[in-house]
Design a protein around this ligand. Structure first.
Ligand code: GN1
Ligand code: MG
Length: 378
């Protein structure tokens, strides 16, 4: 198929037509609110088999080796498909779906490189939705359950079979080093919010290596993880309200389950969501935290060690602090990593994560009590 003359709509049509017969494509629209890749929903006129699929342009500035991302996705898909075929008892009476990589029409490949862009398609999970902001404790429990089930299903996928597609992802000391390098080159700011955010990080340099150190000491071990299990990556069945699967699998790679648990909690326990501008009202909701952890542990209890429990409070504090640091660094660096729609958006996002971190610090004894109470229920 030849390249389109011009215009993004025709490019979308062209690319979609490489994954599905063009005459059956009814529409293409933007999907979701991701900060890194571009995602589109392709609806089909022919409803006999699939009604829609998801098409994505991978951000190759972030994922420098997209072929490895695809290899991981395919490996993960095979593994989980086999597990599901054996009908795991934990899923009895539950729906569980895994987004599948779709082949291209012509040569049975799984992606398209077009004018320097990398495109792939995956199956669409119907009758399920995601939300950017938590709605209630039932949803929180399902969020936790979804992550626990995801971890369970990939727990026996050998890490050596997954490529490291994003070096130092969630390695907080590496983000701190990047922050320092960017800050050293930044012109001194006169913005009070920016200066306060920099001060916030400077006051918290100690202990940012807590999880990596635990890993070096052998207390924690790398396993396959999702990498990005925030609230809008957990699909909830429209009828039952149950979690039916995790999407956005590009960051599946070896890591610590603590990165995932911390990320799920920082996202699920912030009732205002990560784009809020009412900073003074941002707080970490401990009731939601309990609900998410209970949901997670209904599955995760079987594979978490007492060392894993020991480091749970640390990851609850570390991951929002780390994300704030990542947003702040990107702001100082000219917004090259996280997509923005307005000036100072990454600074504001950083401030939200720092407000969440502060709220976590203020509730530290209660968080420790909660985790030790939950760990005793083993
Ligand atoms: C990015 O693209 P998206 O929205 O799924 C980021 C995550 C952050 C998240 C914050 C590969 O995820 O680590 O937690 O933004 N993904 C990557 O919204 O860096
Ligand atoms: Mg993502």
């Amino acid at each position: 198929m030849s390249a389109p003359a011009s215009g993004s709509a025709s490019i979308l049509q062209t690319i979609a037509g490489l994954f599905h017969p063009p005459e059956q494509i009814a529409g293409i629209q933007q999907l979701g609110s991701g900060n890194v890749n571009d995602t589109f929903l392709v609806t089909l006129a022919d409803s006999a088999t699939r009604q829609a699929f998801v098409m994505q342009r991978l951000n190759t500035e972030v994922f420098e080796q997209p072929e490895l991302v695809m290899r991981n996705l395919l490996r993960l898909g095979d593994h989980v498909e086999q597990k599901l075929a054996a009908q795991p008892p934990e899923l009895t009476g539950r729906r569980w779906e895994v987004p599948k990589v779709l082949p291209t029409l012509d040569d049975d490949g799984h992606w398209v490189e077009h004018q320097g862009e990398f495109w792939r398609s995956i199956s669409y999970i119907g009758a399920a939705t995601t939300s950017d902001v938590i709605e209630n404790a039932t949803q929180a429990r399902e969020l936790g359950y979804g992550l626990g089930m995801f971890h369970h299903l990939i727990s026996d996928l050998p890490t050596k079979e997954l490529a490291d597609t994003l070096e130092n992802f969630h390695v907080t000391p590496a983000y701190l080093a990047e922050f320092d390098a960017v800050l050293a080159n930044a012109t001194p700011g006169t913005d009070d919010h920016l200066n306060a955010a920099v001060d916030f990080v400077n006051a918290r340099r100690e202990g940012l290596d807590v999880l990596e150190k635990a890993c070096e000491l052998g207390a924690l071990h790398r396993r396959p993880i999702h990498g990005d299990p925030k609230i809008n990556n957990v699909m909830i069945d429209e009828d039952s309200g149950q979690a039916v699967g995790l999407i956005d699998l590009d960051t599946v790679k070896p890591g610590l389950v603590h990165y995932d648990i911390g990320d799920c909690l920082r996202s699920g326990c912030n009732r205002l969501g990560e784009e809020t501008l009412t900073l003074d009202q941002v707080s970490f909701d401990l009731q939601l935290c309990r609900a998410i952890l209970e949901g997670y542990l209904s599955i995760g209890r079987s594979f978490l060690t007492s060392e894993d429990f020991h480091y749970l409070p640390d990851c609850i504090r570390l991951i929002p602090l780390e994300l704030g640091l990542r947003f702040l660094t990107d702001h100082l660096n000219g917004d090259r990593y996280f997509r923005t729609e307005r000036a100072n958006q990454n600074l504001d996002r950083a401030r939200v994560q720092f407000a969440l971190t502060e709220s976590i610090e203020a509730q530290w004894p209660a968080i420790q009590t909660l985790v030790s109470e939950l760990s005793r229920q083993r």
